[in-house]
Design a protein around this ligand. Structure first.
Ligand SMILES: *Cc1c(COP(=O)(O)O)cnc(C)c1O
Length: 353
């Protein structure tokens, strides 16, 4: 564990073996079971490889973490663990989470109250009688912010538990457990892994009983992380603060330049983090043309990798409400001049010439 409260130090030092003679890093344990009569089985008992990742993320978030096979497995585990009958859900949350909730609703397990999560008064009005409020902040893809402390405070009074999908914020930019959240989830596939080479999820709780429920959920549902994925995700954690620093510095400059660009009608940026959404004045056609014209920036879905990537979001049925020309960009760690040169040539391309 770490003696520091500084995330840059925690990320490097947490989740390592501490006994003299042990290796600096937990090994990748490629075994489903263990010799002997104790009945040790990986799904039940976990491996040292998971423990390192969970210790590091737990330390960064100020709670205890359970690693899952994907972000969606972590989201599903949060619902399974808290078993709400009435859920307050952002109308525009991550598409996979909405599909998961829709499925529960269709099966008659769950009732949903949809809210604009950035509209705090609307969220608070939906709390009485609910069991869980689901927060995603910044929101995807319009990057609005929810008032997590205010929602948590009101939820505590109303006896409502709070799940925060903090994937876009990362454990570096936000620690929602300190604001009173019950469970924080991450798609570790994104910034935590950081190299677009794995799927993993994390759920973190400060309360021991909630942690036990999450742990039990993984065991009974079998949504276990892979050994290699856990190792790579922890390797990602080691540089997460450094990557975020560079990505954020790049994102701030990209935002400044986009705001001055004549082809850009609107720029959405919460003021921190690496996600930037902007609307091209030329609409869907201009945005599609820009996504085809990029050479360095990767035209792809997903986010949070070292490489800059972007995509037009309104093409997804679940994002039909966003402006047709909205491009969501995940700003990477490349040199700013190269990112901007590529973006500028792409958005001022033939369509505008
Ligand atoms: C990607 C993502 C998820 C789902 O994570 P997977 O690792 O793809 O299963 C959940 N929430 C948000 C905000 C995401 O971006």
């Amino acid at each position: 564990m770490s003696d520091s409260v500084n995330p840059a130090t925690i990320a490097v030092s947490a989740g390592r073996p501490t006994v003299i003679g042990e290796p600096l890093n937990y090994p990748i344990v490629m075994a489903s079971n263990f010799r002997g009569e104790a009945g040790e089985y990986t799904r039940t008992h976990g491996t040292d490889g998971w423990i390192g990742l969970e210790a590091a993320i737990g330390a960064l978030e100020g709670g205890r973490a359970v690693a899952f096979s994907s972000g969606m497995a972590a989201a599903a585990a949060a619902l399974f663990a808290l078993a709400p009958k009435v859920l307050v859900l952002p109308t525009y949350s991550y598409l996979g989470v909405r599909a998961l909730v829709d499925d529960h609703v269709r099966q008659g397990h769950l009732q949903v109250r949809f809210v604009d999560i950035a509209h705090t008064a609307e969220v608070l009005a939906a709390l009485p009688g609910a069991d869980v409020v689901w927060i995603e902040t910044p929101t995807n893809p319009t990057l609005d912010l929810a008032d997590v402390p205010a929602i948590c405070a009101a939820a505590a009074v109303a006896g409502v538990r709070v799940v925060v999908d903090s994937t876009f914020a990362t454990p570096i930019c936000a620690q929602p457990l300190a604001d009173g959240a019950t469970i924080v989830i991450h798609s570790g596939t994104k910034f935590i892994g950081g190299h677009s080479d794995l799927l993993i999820g994390l759920a973190i709780a400060a309360d021991d009983a909630v942690y036990d429920r999450l742990h039990q959920t993984r065991l009974v549902n079998g949504s276990t992380p892979g050994a290699l994925e856990a190792f790579l995700a922890l390797r990602g954690v080691r540089t997460l603060p450094l990557r975020m620093e560079r990505m954020q510095a790049n994102a701030e400059q990209v935002v400044t330049r986009l705001r001055e660009h004549p082809a850009v009608a609107d720029v959405r940026y919460p003021g921190w983090g690496a996600m930037v959404s902007f609307v091209l004045a030329g609409g869907a056609q201009a945005a599609d043309a820009a996504c085809r014209a990029v050479r360095l920036i990767v035209p792809a879905t997903s986010l949070g990798g070292v490489e800059s990537s972007m995509e037009r979001r309104q093409k997804y049925a679940g994002d039909a409400h966003v402006p047709p020309g909205l491009i969501r960009m995940s700003v990477g760690i490349e040199h700013l001049d190269d990112i901007w040169a590529d973006l500028a040539q792409a958005i001022t391309g033939p369509a505008q010439a």
